[in-house]
Write a protein that binds this ligand. Structure first.
Ligand SMILES: C[S@@+](CC[C@H](N)C(=O)[O-])C[C@H]1O[C@@H](n2cnc3c(N)ncnc32)[C@H](O)[C@@H]1O
Length: 329
């Protein structure tokens, strides 16, 4: 107990000492977002920087993120170190690993551990989908709204699966250029450009060699809230028509939580910082699992797994939820 208090104290003191560096990093990052990141997703940095931090904190390996980070448009070796390297150093020097770092973390999660929870949920969904001992292992993996996700460049590289990354043209090009500059081999990945709201990601995939008759796992992390309801529904309906054994994993924000003051404030912050708006929400009114189940059933899918993000008890409503859905047989 005393050790953990001392670790927290040391971590806090180191953070205070590093604060000017972190603030400088944030300032340069913001300037680069506005000047070098035009048309490219800004919110893609959020989960990426979190996964980078988990790596630096030694709680989740993501060597590919470390390799890619300095080459992304709004980062540089210095900015990446000022933003995340400093915090990683504070974690390593102090030995402190709070709930926001302790991957895969406990359940229920909290606002602080929501990113750990989210990362672990999707890691587990992907790992079990491509597990060769599974009844119908996925033969294709699609990262829908891939952003700076580096899972395709980790363990997935050694699996006998075809990998597709789908995102907007500007974000895709920024990523392939960054991978190139980083000297990372991406020859096993097919990059597909599309805008979910305007064109069919499915048609775009078909044009690039996607086989709808193979069981497919779709990772749709951190994307639904930026889309309108019709686009979310169209995507889920498309998955319901894929080969038997196909699954999609995605997260949603809570309608109830984001109607409250704190949620409204978060929406304003994201809009102000990145210029991207939350549009789609799903109810997490108790029982949240049932809300998710009914919603995906209405799109022709079956619930395979669900975890609320945050606590579902008394007056506390989950911030959102993580859903794994499969094609109904
Ligand atoms: C918050 S990021 C998540 C990235 C990645 N899935 C992750 O978790 O690291 C959201 C991603 O969705 C993509 N996205 C948002 N709206 C899109 C649209 N209409 N069409 C295609 N991609 C879109 C963005 O470009 C961005 O890369």
């Amino acid at each position: 107990m005393l050790t953990s208090v001392l670790r927290l104290l040391m971590f806090s003191l180191l953070l205070i000492a590093f604060l000017p560096l972190v603030l400088l990093g944030t300032l340069v990052f913001m300037i680069r977002l506005k000047t070098r990141n035009r048309g490219i997703s800004g919110t893609a940095y959020e989960p990426f920087l979190n996964r980078l931090l988990f790596h630096h904190a030694d709680t989740r390996d993501d060597a590919a993120a470390v390799q890619l980070a300095p080459h992304l448009p709004a980062l540089s070796p210095t900015v990446a170190w000022l933003l995340i390297g400093t915090m990683g150093l504070a974690v390593r020097l102090s030995g402190y690993q709070g709930s926001f770092l302790s991957y895969p973390g406990g359940r229920p999660s909290s606002m602080a551990s929501a990113m750990v929870h989210r990362t672990a949920f999707f890691d587990e969904a992907l790992a079990s989908a491509v597990d060769p001992t599974a009844p119908q292992p996925a033969q294709q993996v699609v990262f829908l709204g891939a952003g700076w996700d580096t899972r395709a460049f980790g363990a997935l590289r050694d699996r006998p699966v075809r990998v597709f990354e789908v995102d907007t043209p500007a974000t895709q090009r920024a990523k392939t250029e960054a991978l190139d500059r980083a000297g990372m081999d991406a020859s096993h990945v097919t990059f597909v450009e599309t805008d979910f709201g305007q064109t069919s990601w499915f048609d775009a995939l078909l044009r690039r060699g996607f086989d709808p008759d193979l069981p497919t796992f779709i990772l749709w992390e951190g994307v639904t809230y930026y889309l309108d309801e019709k686009t979310v529904q169209t995507t889920l309906r498309t998955v319901s028509g894929l080969a038997v054994g196909s699954r999609i994993a995605f997260d949603t924000w809570s309608l109830e939580y984001f109607s409250r003051f704190v949620g409204q404030y978060m929406r304003l912050m994201v809009k102000g910082f990145y210029g991207e708006s939350f549009q789609f929400f799903l109810s997490t009114a108790a029982p949240a699992r049932q809300q998710a189940s009914e919603f995906i059933a209405s799109q022709g899918l079956e619930l395979v797994g669900y975890e609320p993000m945050g606590e579902e008890r008394g007056k506390s409503v989950p911030y959102g939820g993580f859903t794994l859905a499969g094609r109904s047989v």
